[in-house]
Ligand binder design. Structure first.
Ligand code: XUL
Ligand code: CO
Length: 434
């Protein structure tokens, strides 16, 4: 016991009229929505790094948080794990996610870092055996240490490529041992600061080879989870190669990995790339790449990655509507890759941030599910394309040539009549549900 969360009661669903801070108003894990328990639809996960490892610094100031587990020893790492599992239990959250660097102290050598990771993975495994929290995904931190400043897989130095490969192997082993449902690669430094010193061709080939090895190793060890790439356009690099879903798709096609790897889409990253979150989800689904989401938004004025907890039901509903159209999550889930504001010092802040975020997502999901079940939006979409059901029209996509189509236009006197896209009507429909 850490006593860190001592004054906080276990959070339960108490309904929309409840006035306590320490209750879910919308997230009832056992409520059945579209044939599944809400817990199994949303698959919430806590991010170890922001909740337990981040000290509250920003570019202008250092740590603001004081936590009894801050320190570089295995004893600190275990205390941190104790606190994490106490919080998972209080929230009743089904999953967590971690990087190696969040859970273990860095060793004096690579071998010592791996030993530390194995020791803490044993410890986390024992904790998992005692409660119901599972691992949504594991990942390697290939961006914080100075050795990765010029990239990991895309580093000009082959020794860094080797170190990164060995690190990913150790993190895949850890994820596999803990029964993780996915393994994530976010290429924070896989990009460049200036084209003046960068060989784009070489760096892409290194990244492609690296990901092929990850996929090979997944099959070798019998890891049944999904390999996920997390797109982001920039920050910390000036330009990151996994810019957005479309760039990741091109990269996967180029290296023959499109059937092996999916994407973990983060709301804030989508906006940084000049897209909406729902655009990235819809595109991933249409390309057969949709995997999981990181549900944290940015401040719309600041223009950088502020990793805030979600607070907007209408925005989240758009995202969950697209997830429902993609048949929901399989191995993926809703990970709160979100951090407190640096003035939010108290244990309560950490709990209430997650309670609010889970309620926002649950409310959004239920609204999206009601609209999806109603079917009016999907019927309108289908009606818009209904002309393609006519066999004569279908042949145009199935082998008819330009000359044949031209003959048909002349023969039948085809003369298209523009029709309304009915956008406002559909927006009104949307707002009846959300
Ligand atoms: C950084 C980010 C990471 C990844 C995991 O912007 O989103 O936390 O989710 O490395
Ligand atoms: Co993320």
């Amino acid at each position: 016991m850490t006593h860190f969360f001592d004054r906080i009661p276990k959070i339960r669903y108490e309904g929309p009229d409840c006035t306590s801070d320490y209750a879910y108003r919308h997230y009832d894990p056992d409520a059945v929505v579209l044939g599944k328990r809400l817990e199994d639809q949303l698959r919430f996960a806590v991010a170890w790094w922001h909740s337990f490892a981040w000290p509250g610094g920003d570019p202008f100031g250092g740590a603001t948080f004081e936590r009894p587990w801050f320190g570089d020893t295995m004893a600190h790492a275990k205390l941190k794990a104790d606190a994490a599992f106490e919080m998972f239990d209080l929230l009743g959250v089904p999953f967590f996610c971690f990087h190696d660097a969040d859970v273990r102290p860095e060793g004096a050598s690579f071998a010592e870092s791996v030993r530390n990771l194995e020791e803490i993975v044993d410890y986390i495994g024992q904790k998992m055996a005692g409660q119901r929290t599972r691992l949504l995904w594991g990942t390697a931190n290939l961006f914080s240490h100075r050795r990765f400043m010029a990239g990991a897989a895309t580093n000009p130095d082959p020794n860094v490529f080797a170190y990164a490969a060995a690190t990913v192997k150790s993190c895949m082993d850890a994820t596999h041992r803990l029964g993780g449902e996915n393994y994530v690669l976010w290429g924070g430094r896989e990009g460049y600061e200036t084209l003046l010193n960068t060989d784009l061709t070489r760096e892409a080939e290194q990244a492609g080879r690296f990901l092929q090895m990850v996929v090979d190793y997944k099959h070798k060890i019998g890891f049944k989870g999904t390999i996920l790439v997390e797109p982001k356009p920039q920050e910390p690099s000036k330009h990151q190669y996994d810019y957005d879903v479309a760039s990741v798709y091109g990269f996967l096609k180029r290296f023959g990995l499109e059937g092996e790897v999916k994407v973990n889409i983060e709301q804030g990253h989508a906006i940084l790339a000049g897209h909406s979150f729902e655009h990235e989800i819809a595109l991933a689904a249409s390309l057969g790449l949709f995997g999981s989401i990181d549900m944290n938004r940015n401040d719309y004025q600041s223009g950088w990655d502020t990793d805030q907890f979600p607070d907007s039901v209408p925005e989240m509903a758009r995202a969950y509507y697209e997830i429902l159209r993609a048949d929901g999550f399989t191995t993926g889930g809703t990970n709160f890759d979100a951090k407190l504001r640096r003035q939010s010092l108290d244990p309560e802040d950490l709990i209430l941030a997650h309670v609010g975020a889970m309620d926002v997502c649950a409310r959004a999901f239920k609204a999206a599910a009601a609209l999806y079940e109603d079917g009016a939006l999907e019927a309108a979409r289908a009606a818009r394309y209904a002309g393609w059901n006519d066999p004569a029209n279908r042949t145009m996509l199935q082998g008819a040539t330009l000359e044949e189509i031209s003959d048909r236009v002349l023969r039948d006197g085809i003369d298209p009549k523009p029709r309304s896209g009915r956008q406002e009507r559909l927006e009104n429909l949307w707002n009846r549900f959300v």
